[in-house]
Design a protein around this ligand. Structure first.
Ligand SMILES: CC(C)(COP(=O)(O)OP(=O)(O)OC[C@H]1O[C@@H](n2cnc3c(N)ncnc32)[C@H](O)[C@@H]1OP(=O)(O)O)[C@@H](O)C(=O)NCCC(=O)NCCS
Length: 179
């Protein structure tokens, strides 16, 4: 079982009891503002199962994140292999989604930095990408805080042409060990 521990967070594999709080954040319009839709309980649970399959198939995926101080589940942060095709795939992406009450505390940046370190040092990755809609400034700021750089724009192939969330910005960080 992989686990990453930072000063305030434990990034770990998923437990059955994470499903309820994960559904809560996936059905919160504030958290899902830049996603195509809120998730139903079934869709949220299916997402957890896909993540668990990722751990089995690839050896890593988005981690469940809990606070060390009281073990509260606060969301997901981690690395995953996107299943869609674009000019930058195959690749490894870094992503994050935290419950609204835990924004503004530096948790996403803390967990994301640790995930990039894990990807570079333990998995030996050469580069990690991230993407979101241009308006998602909080997410873009996390990308910039952890040293990612803007690369390009692309139309997300999973969304229908002309969808309001179709346009995405792509960021990247490269593993330069002796920089
Ligand atoms: C994207 C997301 C994870 C960013 O969360 P966040 O809390 O803004 O990001 P950080 O963890 O980096 O926190 C930074 C903030 O914490 C503050 N902070 C407070 N205590 C801190 C500490 N001890 N250390 C660092 N920063 C701290 C910073 O000053 C900063 O505040 P600001 O937002 O007022 O500038 C969150 O908005 C989210 O879950 N969004 C919905 C899902 C989503 O859009 N995901 C991306 C889709 S691609």
């Amino acid at each position: 079982m992989i686990e990453i521990v930072t000063p305030r967070l434990r990034l770990r594999e998923w437990k059955e009891e994470d499903k309820e709080p994960f559904f809560k954040l996936n059905s919160d319009p504030r958290v899902m503002k830049f996603m195509p839709k809120l998730l139903s309980k079934q869709e949220s649970n299916d997402f957890v199962e896909r993540i668990k399959l990722g751990f089995k198939q690839d050896g890593y995926s988005f981690f469940a994140v809990e606070l060390i101080k009281d073990k509260t589940f606060i969301g997901l942060i981690g690395l995953s292999i996107p299943k869609f095709h674009s000019f930058f795939t195959p690749c490894v992406e870094i992503g994050w989604r935290l419950a609204y009450d835990y924004w503004g505390k530096g948790y996403a940046t803390e967990g994301a930095k640790a995930s990039v370190d894990y990807g570079f040092k333990e998995l030996g990755l050469f580069e990690i990408v991230s993407f979101t809609v241009p308006e998602n400034i909080r997410s873009r700021t996390v990308m910039e805080r952890i040293g990612m750089r803007y690369v390009d724009e692309f139309n997300h192939p999973v969304l229908p042409q002309g969808h309001p969330l179709e346009k995405h910005v792509l960021y990247k960080i490269i593993n330069v060990p002796y920089q």
